[in-house]
Design a binder for this molecule. Sequence first.
Ligand SMILES: Cc1cc2nc3c(=O)[nH]c(=O)nc-3n(C[C@H](O)[C@H](O)[C@H](O)COP(=O)(O)O)c2cc1C
Length: 146
Amino acid sequence: MKTLISFSTKTGNTRRLAQEIFNSIRGEKVLNEIEDIQEFNGFDLIYIGFPIHNFEPSKDAKDFIGKLEENQKVVLFATHAMQTDSPMNNKQIENCKKIAGHLNFLGIYTCRGELSESAAGKMIKSDNPQMQFFGKMRKQTIGHPN
Ligand SMILES: Cc1cc2nc3c(=O)[nH]c(=O)nc-3n(C[C@H](O)[C@H](O)[C@H](O)COP(=O)(O)O)c2cc1C
């Protein structure tokens, strides 16, 4: 069983999950940041991790998902600022699943990730109400993923 654990990250939260997954699975395995991946054919299973940006996978993760072959077995994992059990979070998780709709999708794991101080600062100053909303969530995200 040959497994690729791929991830994208801006501030390190998703890398932490990727590292934990890498440490806990058996067999032949490769851990790689999406931007550094040269070869993704020939893996029995690919884990794809990303931060959720604007209610869907970060752009590089979305592009990577789009390149995979239809029968590729995948597991998604993501970090996000939104409260895990909120209807809006369920909606953004559904968006992520849809983007992987052409693949052999085995499952998804998501959890909160700390919104960095600089990202939250920029969001609060933006004139986009949605971004301001996320920016104000920083306090509740501190210490995640835990
Ligand atoms: C530009 C931007 C957009 C974001 N959009 C969302 C979003 O739509 N939903 C959400 O729950 N969190 C959103 N977040 C929060 C990130 O998903 C969260 O902080 C994540 O853990 C960051 O992961 P990373 O450290 O691996 O980059 C956004 C963050 C940024 C910087």
